[in-house]
Design a protein around this ligand. Structure first.
Ligand SMILES: Nc1ncnc2c1ncn2[C@@H]1O[C@H](COP(=O)(O)OP(=O)(O)OP(=O)(O)O)[C@@H](O)[C@H]1O
Ligand SMILES: [Mg+2]
Length: 250
C-alpha cells in the first residue's frame, strides 16, 4: 500500500523571504515522517526557495538558463535540508530531483520516470521529491509544483493514501475548513479560493485543489490538512480524514 505525503513549503519555509528555511519545523516534520517511513513517497513544496527566484526570473513564462539554474539550485538546497533531517531522524531518505526525471508539455507532466522511485520503496528507502523547474516540450522550461507531482505519482503508483499538508486546516470556506470537496462544489466555493498569502507561482490553494480534483476524477481521494499541527502527519498517514477530503462527486 503506497502512501504519498506532501509537506508544503509554507510549513518548511517563510514564503515571503527568499530561501528562508524553518529548521525547527523541518526537524519536527522529519521526526513525524520517520516514525512511519515505509511504502511512502515524500514530496515537499519549494516554498521561498523556489517561488521567489522563479518569480524574479520571470519563470515559467520567460525561458532563461540563469533563472532555471538558480531556481533548481535553490530548491535542491531545501531538499538537502529535508533529507539531512530525515537521515538524522532515523529514516533512509534519498533525494529525487524532478528536473532530471520529469518532462513537461505546456506545464503539465508528459513523462515521469517513476521506476527508480518504486525500486527505492521496495528497498525500504524513502524517496524525497520537491517542487522544481523542468524542461517543457512546448515552452522550453516550466515549473512542476509539488502538488502536480503528488497528483501524478498517486495515479502512476495507484497510491492508497494521498495526504497534502499545508499551513491551513484545509479548504476554507466562509471562515471554516470544509470536511469534503468535490468538483460539483467548485462553482459555489470558487470565490473563496485564492492563491497564497506568500509568494507562490503555482496557484496556492486554488492550484492545489485543482490538482487534487483531477486525481479524484481518476478515483483516488486525498486530503488537504494542516501539517503545522503536531500529530496531524501521523493521522494523515494512517488514512484518517483530517482536514478536507477531496473526493469524486456522487
Ligand atoms: N479558500 C482557501 N482555503 C485555504 N487556504 C487558502 C484559501 N485561499 C487561499 N488560500 C491560501 O493558500 C495557502 C496554501 O497554499 P500555498 O501554495 O501557499 O502553500 P503550500 O502549497 O503549502 O506551499 P508550497 O507551494 O511552497 O508547497 C494558504 O496559506 C492560504 O494563504
Ligand atoms: Mg503551493
Amino acid at each position: 500500500m503506497i502512501k504519498i505525503l506532501k509537506i508544503g513549503g509554507s510549513i518548511l519555509t517563510d514564503k515571503n523571504r527568499e530561501a528562508f528555511a524553518r529548521p525547527d519545523e523541518i526537524a519536527r516534520v522529519a521526526k513525524e515522517v520517520a516514525s512511519s517511513p515505509l511504502d511512502l513517497v515524500l514530496v515537499h513544496g519549494a516554498g521561498s526557495f523556489g517561488h521567489v527566484p522563479a518569480k524574479r526570473h520571470g519563470l515559467p513564462e520567460k525561458f532563461n538558463p540563469r533563472g532555471l539554474l538558480e531556481t533548481h539550485s535553490s530548491v535542491t538546497g531545501l531538499n538537502q535540508m529535508m533529507v539531512d533531517a530525515l537521515d538524522k531522524a532515523g529514516a533512509d531518505p534519498m533525494p529525487v530531483h524532478p528536473f532530471s526525471c520529469v518532462l513537461l508539455k505546456g506545464g503539465r507532466i508528459e513523462r515521469f520516470c517513476v521506476e527508480p522511485i518504486l525500486e527505492m520503496i521496495s528497498r525500504c528507502l524513502l524517496p524525497v521529491l520537491h517542487g522544481d523547474v523542468a524542461m517543457d516540450l512546448m515552452n522550453g522550461a516550466g515549473i512542476v509544483s509539488g502538488d502536480q507531482l503528488v497528483s501524478h505519482l498517486a495515479r502512476a503508483m495507484r497510491a492508497q493514501v494521498v495526504a497534502v499538508g499545508t499551513n491551513v486546516d484545509g479548504v476554507i470556506f466562509q471562515g471554516n475548513p470544509l470536511p469534503a470537496v468535490t468538483r460539483e462544489d467548485l462553482p459555489r466555493i470558487s470565490e473563496s479560493l485564492g492563491g497564497s498569502f506568500g509568494v507562490d507561482v503555482t496557484g496556492g490553494m486554488r492550484g492545489k485543489l485543482l490538482e487534487l480534483l483531477d486525481l479524484a476524477d481518476f478515483g483516488t481521494n486525498s486530503i488537504i490538512f494542516n501539517a503545522g499541527i503536531k500529530g496531524q502527519i501521523e493521522s494523515a498517514l494512517k488514512g484518517e480524514a483530517v482536514g478536507t477530503t477531496v473526493r469524486r462527486a456522487g
